[in-house]
Design a protein around this ligand. Structure first.
Ligand code: ISJ
Length: 108
């Protein structure tokens, strides 16, 4: 009887956490969509002005900044760096595609 009650309570707590996880995942998707909307505009600007798709020195600054933010937030900084690199790789792929569509040579 108690076991059943414990299990029902655990399921209710789990459902509460999952509702928050679903909200957070939705926020992440919206934030990523907004970031890519912005980086695609950067890709067009770069293609129009013959700037290279990638900017490694800017990326180094972002990595240092995000690693510190992650540490302060008690998030694994290695994970934060891997996540940023994953996103930036996709951004650079978009920039290369935009440049190619506009007849600009791949330079970086
Ligand atoms: C968006 C840019 O292009 C690339 C993508 C970056 C990013 O997604 O944050 C950062 C540097 C560049 O390699 C940029 O140069 O700012």
């Amino acid at each position: 009887m108690n076991e059943e009650k414990d299990m029902a309570e655990a399921r209710a707590i789990l459902a509460g956490y999952r509702a928050s996880i679903d909200n957070i995942d939705a926020a992440l998707i919206h934030m990523l969509a907004e970031r890519f909307r912005c980086t695609k505009a950067v890709g067009v600007l770069k293609a129009e002005h013959g700037l290279p798709p990638a900017d490694p020195s800017r990326e180094q600054q972002q990595i240092a900044r995000l690693r510190q933010l992650a540490k302060d937030a008690n998030l694994d900084p290695d994970f934060a760096e891997k996540f940023l690199n994953f996103v930036v790789r996709e951004v650079i792929r978009h920039h290369e595609q935009i440049a190619a569509d506009n007849g600009v040579m791949k330079t970086g």
